[in-house]
Write a protein that binds this ligand. Structure first.
Ligand code: SF4
Length: 357
């Protein structure tokens, strides 16, 4: 029996992509190995959104070379965002890797692997029901927003939305198989072409159970600029939709938000929070915050700190800015020294810890 091992870096989009890769290899007769050392196929699903994630993935790819000496039949595949990162020559950098698969292209994996063993089907299930946690359903891919610090539009391409019928059929199938929680995924689910509110309303009747006992629908990631009243009101109305909002703020300073090309102001962001809380006082609201954006002054950083305290998020993902290839922010003057970025990050982490205790 051939065995596979998948190492995943990055966000839920990558976790969802890894699930699809897993479905492909299972359909081809592979079984999961507990450790990379026991595998005949290693897939490394990469993330390049931050330098740190990219470095860790690159280190793992390099270190997998040693396993090939112990198992000459081992195949190594690198997947995800590093494959489409501009300016990379992966074949040169990682000559021991057998194949490279761009993000959201699980079908290409079957092309790289040998035909299925006799007696095993080659069918690829689009999505399997996960034993634990939430099942991910992609509703959109790519992003058109071009936030100035973000490499995603360059590595995942332009935004495309899956047809609503297709999404609903997938969710119906998952429900019939007993799925519990389902998370609708996209880089910006709020700009889903056919309307996120419309989609949520159409999912409602598919969800079995009573008001107190229903599978829960979640969605992520939301872009604050596209968080409409209609979406908020729909979440408030539908019992099957979790009262949870992950709204990445990124900065609490209007000038920095503008340089980030985020498309909203602090005032608009606060208005969205007020709208949510006016309809769902107990809603769980979480965010992402970046410190050390090029040119960020001490005062602008303090604005972020103050806003985080004022809004009182339930959780905050915190990062220090790191320049990404091709992005507008990477070319901006006034890149801050690492010591400054790290000091701000530690200060923010300390403040958020106090706030959450
Ligand atoms: S919305 Fe901005 S941060 Fe999010 S994926 Fe698109 S470009 Fe990146």
């Amino acid at each position: 029996m051939r065995r596979y091992y998948i190492k995943t870096y990055g966000c839920q989009m990558n976790v969802a992509d890894s699930e699809k890769l897993q479905n492909v290899v299972r359909g081809m007769g592979y079984e999961e190995a507990a450790e990379a050392e026991q595998a005949d196929l290693i897939l490394i699903n990469t993330c390049v959104v931050r330098q740190n994630a990219e470095d860790r993935a690159a280190w793992y790819i390099t270190s997998a070379k040693g396993l090939k000496k112990e198992n000459p039949n081992l195949k190594i595949g690198v997947c995800g965002c590093i494959v489409t990162e501009p300016g990379r020559d992966l074949k040169k950098q990682f000559p021991h890797v057998d194949f490279f698969i761009p993000p959201n292209s699980p079908g290409k994996l079957a092309e790289f692997l040998k035909p299925s063993p006799p007696g095993r089907g080659g069918t690829v299930e689009r999505q399997r029901v996960r034993a634990e946690g939430s099942t991910f359903v992609n509703i959109a891919h790519g992003c058109d927003n071009y936030c100035s610090y973000c490499v995603v539009p360059y590595v995942r391409g332009r935004e495309t939305s899956r047809p609503m019928d297709e999404v609903l059929a997938e969710i119906k199938g998952l429900m019939e198989k007993g799925a519990g929680d389902i998370t609708l995924l996209g880089q910006n689910v709020n700009s889903y072409k056919y309307g996120l509110a419309n989609l949520l309303k159409a999912i409602g009747p598919l969800v079995p159970g009573t008001r107190d006992q229903v599978p829960v629908i979640r969605f992520m990631t939301s872009h604050p600029k596209d968080m409409t009243d209609e979406i908020i009101e729909t979440v408030a109305e539908l019992p099957c939709v979790a009262k949870e909002f992950h709204l990445p703020l990124q900065s609490g300073d209007n000038e920095i938000l503008k340089k980030m090309n985020r498309g909203y102001t602090v005032e608009y962001f606060k208005d969205r929070i007020e709208k949510i809380r006016s309809l769902m006082p107990d809603a769980r609201i979480t965010t992402d915050l970046m410190v050390g954006f090029p040119g960020e002054t001490a005062e602008q950083f303090e604005n972020s700190l103050d806003l985080v305290k004022t809004i009182a998020f339930k959780a905050v993902n915190m990062f220090a800015y790191s320049p990404r290839p091709q992005t507008a922010a990477a070319k901006m003057p006034d890149q801050l020294p690492d010591e400054v970025k790290q000091a701000r990050l530690q200060k923010l982490i300390g403040a958020v810890r106090k706030m959450l205790i």
